[in-house]
Design a protein around this ligand. Structure first.
Ligand code: FEO
Length: 390
């Protein structure tokens, strides 16, 4: 297990999780990594740790540079256990180490681990010198939990950004410039859509707070390190957190006997003719977390369900629950579906999407098998509906 040099006396000492495929319902098809960073100075400092099962991997990488019992300072940017999970094992090796974290971080770490470590709660503007290097701290509540903070090292011009600017992505490479940019963008977008999206306003504030920092390297706690062109990932975050999606659409549906699917396909065709690129998302084949990557850049969200037992199809219910929680802003929604007799599904979908804050086009439901006349009317309805918003 090697430590990877990031800058003079600064090493990546994290862990690569090649196997994880589910992170709280987020399909992590490429795995993940938990990034920890070691700074060798008068005071040996570790920034963040790794998920508990990966402690030995982190310890082995640290041991390439220094005996872990010599660590003087641990900076915990975030309580969530993918980053703090190895703290108890680490602190057994170096029980006197000082733990720097936000006030909410101290509260959270105490609640998680029931330990009375040498806590130092720090807020925006506070700083710490460990020798040639110093750190300043920027609180970034709700990016991703109330306790989150960024740590900035001015001597290395390095921002340790924790969850921000990361990707769930296992790789042999450690740096973003070693991986095709399209792959990094796809995974960064999926990460933003599924983790950070509810907190666009807080992300904008964090970007504003960090705007005055001279940053050459962004070192997140998941995925790849940005040592070149840091403006690329900052630009992505500025765009995504502005909640101004493009004139694109996702058409999400499940179907029983192909009638709702027929409607979905005709909606896709209508959108194509209206000049609105549409991503077709059959819930039988498409994971909800991949759909959210499409929602990130799409102004229009179309959701279709047939009526099943006076309700909606369970996969549609699952998607709508997930969508509502991630709360995309400034979206236009549309509910559609087929039915046999009760016909409740479309009203249920429409209600959930309204409650999620979407502006809704008038919904459409069709009994049994849609005929050509009904499908033509649906096309025209969709075409006129989207025209009002593009
Ligand atoms: Fe990567 Fe919010 O933890």
């Amino acid at each position: 297990m090697k430590a990877v040099k990031v800058a003079e006396n600064i090493w990546w000492v994290g862990a690569v999780d090649w196997d994880t495929r589910n992170f709280h319902g987020y399909s992590t098809a490429r795995g993940s990594s938990y990034n920890a960073y070691l700074i060798a100075d008068d005071k040996i400092t570790l920034i963040d740790t790794v998920k508990a099962p990966f402690f030995d991997e982190m310890k082995a990488r640290i041991s390439e540079i220094v005996d872990p019992s010599k660590i003087d300072v641990v900076i915990s940017n975030h309580v969530e256990m993918d980053h703090s999970g190895s703290l108890p094992q680490l602190m057994k090796l170096t029980p006197g180490a000082a733990v720097y974290t936000s006030p909410q971080g101290e509260k959270g770490l105490r609640a998680h681990y029931k330990e009375d470590w040498d806590f130092h709660a720090v807020k925006t503007g506070d700083s710490l010198r460990i020798g040639k290097h110093s750190f300043s701290f920027v609180g970034t509540p709700m990016v991703h939990w109330p306790d989150n903070m960024l740590t900035y090292c001015p001597e290395a011009k390095m921002l340790f950004s924790n969850d921000a600017f990361g990707e769930h992505m296992a790789s042999a490479e450690r740096f973003a410039d070693e991986v095709p940019l399209g792959v990094v963008e796809e995974e960064a977008a999926k990460y933003y859509a599924n983790i950070v999206m509810p907190y666009g306003a807080q992300t904008q504030k964090a970007l504003a707070d960090a705007a005055g920092l001279d940053i050459s390297v962004i070192a997140p706690s998941h995925g790849l390190i940005w040592r070149r062109d840091v403006g690329t990932v900052v630009g992505w975050y500025q765009k995504w957190s502005a909640d101004q999606p493009e004139n694109r659409a996702v058409v999400v549906y499940d179907s029983m006997w192909h009638s709702t699917e027929t409607m979905a396909l005709r909606i896709g065709d209508a959108l194509e003719h209206a000049g609105v690129p549409a991503r077709m998302c059959n819930l039988k084949t498409t994971h909800i977390s991949d759909i959210m990557t499409g929602v990130l850049n799409s102004k229009f969200v179309f959701v279709g369900s047939p009526t099943l037992n006076n309700g909606i199809m369970p996969p549609v219910a699952q998607f709508l629950t997930y969508l509502s929680g991630l709360a995309p802003k400034n979206r236009v929604g549309f509910a559609f579906g087929s039915y046999g007799w009760g016909g409740q599904s479309v009203g249920i979908v429409d209600k959930i999407m309204r409650e999620a804050g979407m502006r809704m086009l008038d919904s459409v439901r069709i009994q049994y098998i849609p005929d050509e006349e009904q499908l033509n009317a649906l096309s025209e309805h969709v075409r006129q509906g989207v025209q009002a918003f593009i």
